[in-house]
Design a protein around this ligand. Structure first.
Ligand code: GLU
Length: 454
């Protein structure tokens, strides 16, 4: 079996395109088939080399590879022109100078039937395919079943412009034939193009491939997926701190599922179990919150060295023991790579104070409790998690305050905010010297604020 992924480099790779790529990839690995990557770069205005580079980068990040290509549709233009010529010679196609207005008025007079031109001996006229009046063109679709289009409703459509340049549906049909594609898996938005591509193939006396048209992606609000639903391109997902394996797993489930609805599937599982004919017809919902959850699961499952290496790459820092220890501490809590630095950054640099967190946490007795914590911690010989834990728990017991009343002011003093890994781990990781000096600074601030208010 031979599949193909055929993006047009007219923009970045969006999530829908990534899913199409992934399904083709999974199916071609699973069936021990092959995958062709074909860049449909024939739109001179909108296709750019930057988009090509960005699509290839996105596929690489997702770790999706291919066996043949990247082939470029534009480089095959001579072949497309040759086919048009052949079809003209065998009268499967004809030249027709009718303008769009003339076609429209013809259709109006003819009960909106598919347009049939008279043809003319005009070498500078556009070329149309002769579509039969009888019968119907049936798209045999693995997802939608048989979808029939009556031929009488299909226009004799243009396959080459008046300058001879081939049009999209012709190029796709010829390429799929020449590249011996057996299975076309692509977005639903192409379903209406498919009968035209089949008609070209049939005119050439060949059998069309199998088709599978994937349902559109929607956001949780049921509207077509777009930027307002969050990250919408592969690069945006990467830059938001998602792991490629989590993205792959999540995207695989957009429209497809195993019989028992498992959610966490390794790439090997996906390859072994993915089946195109189990893809649903209804629009699938992309919900970034679910992706976050899944990403958190993958993050927690990484070996700590791998985890540290990925965090380091994300925040552009060198890997060292301190970073490794800090990452280990954050691993339970962070759902994305982007969430790690806010959980550990205060270990490496002076934190920025979150004023809101400060006002919420610092109460009347906070300065006194900070004093008690300070002296308990100052007395310690060892500063490991167990020693710190014992000392701070003793402060709770001695003061009779609630644990949060003791720990939260310490947390804000050390980290600048009210969210961090466990308080004992945080204190221990920061070390005695920094801990004491940040607590002192917080006490000073508390005192001066109290002085100011009364
Ligand atoms: N180039 C088309 C697109 O990016 C896909 C065409 C196809 O898969 O047949 O939407």
């Amino acid at each position: 079996m031979r599949f193909r992924f055929a993006p047009s480099p007219t923009g970045v790779l969006h999530i829908g395109g990534a899913r199409t790529a992934l399904y083709n990839w999974l199916a071609s690995r699973g069936e021990k088939g092959e995958l062709v990557l074909r860049l449909e770069d024939t739109d001179p205005e909108r296709s750019t080399e930057e988009n090509v580079a960005s699509i290839l980068e996105a596929l690489e990040w997702l770790e999706l590879d291919w066996d043949i290509g990247p082939l470029r549709q534009k480089e095959r233009e001579d072949r497309h022109r040759e086919c048009v010529q052949q079809m003209l010679e065998s009268d499967l196609a004809y030249r027709d100078p009718a303008s769009a207005e003339e076609v429209a008025s013809w259709k109006k007079e003819n009960g909106n039937r598919g347009y049939r031109g008279k043809g003319a001996d005009d070498p500078s006229a556009a070329v149309r395919l002769r579509v039969p009046d009888e019968g119907e063109t049936v798209v045999r679709d693995e997802i939608h079943g048989d979808v029939s289009f009556p031929n009488s409703a299909i226009d004799d459509f243009v396959i080459a412009r008046s300058d001879g340049s081939p049009l999209y549906n012709l190029a796709v049909a010829i390429d799929d034939l020449d590249m011996e594609i057996t299975d076309v898996v692509r977005g639903d938005d192409h379903l209406s193009n498919t009968p035209k591509q089949i008609l070209v193939m049939e005119a050439l006396g060949t059998t069309p491939p199998r088709y599978a048209h994937l349902p559109l992606l929607h956001g949780p609000d049921g509207k077509k997926l777009s930027k307002r639903h969050g990250a919408d391109s592969v690069q945006a997902l990467r830059d938001s701190g998602y792991l490629p394996e989590a993205v792959r797993n999540y995207i695989a489930l957009l429209g497809w599922g195993t019989e028992d609805d498992e959610t966490l599937l390794t790439t090997e599982d996906l390859i072994a179990r993915f089946r195109i004919d189990r893809v649903g017809k209804a629009a699938a919902i992309f919900d970034e919150q679910k992706l976050r959850w899944m990403n958190g699961r993958y993050m927690r499952g990484l070996p700590v060295d791998d985890y540290t290496a990925r965090v380091a790459a994300f925040i552009d820092r060198e890997v060292d023991d301190r970073l490794r220890d800090a990452c280990e501490m954050a691993q339970e809590k962070a759902q994305t790579l982007a969430e790690v630095w806010p959980l550990i950054g205060y270990l490496f640099e002076e934190p920025e104070l979150d004023e809101k967190a400060w006002r919420k946490v610092m109460k009347e007795g906070s300065a006194d409790l900070l004093e008690s914590s300070h002296s308990a911690l100052a007395d310690l010989e060892g500063f490991g998690v167990p020693e710190v834990e014992k000392a701070l728990e003793q402060v709770v017991v001695d003061s009779g305050a609630k644990p949060g009343a003791v720990y939260q002011p310490v947390r804000v003093a050390l980290t600048g905010g009210s969210v961090s890994p466990g308080i004992f781990e945080t204190v221990s990781a920061l070390g005695q010297e920094q801990t004491l000096s940040r607590i002192e600074a917080a006490i000073d601030r508390c005192r001066s604020e109290q002085g100011a208010t009364g």
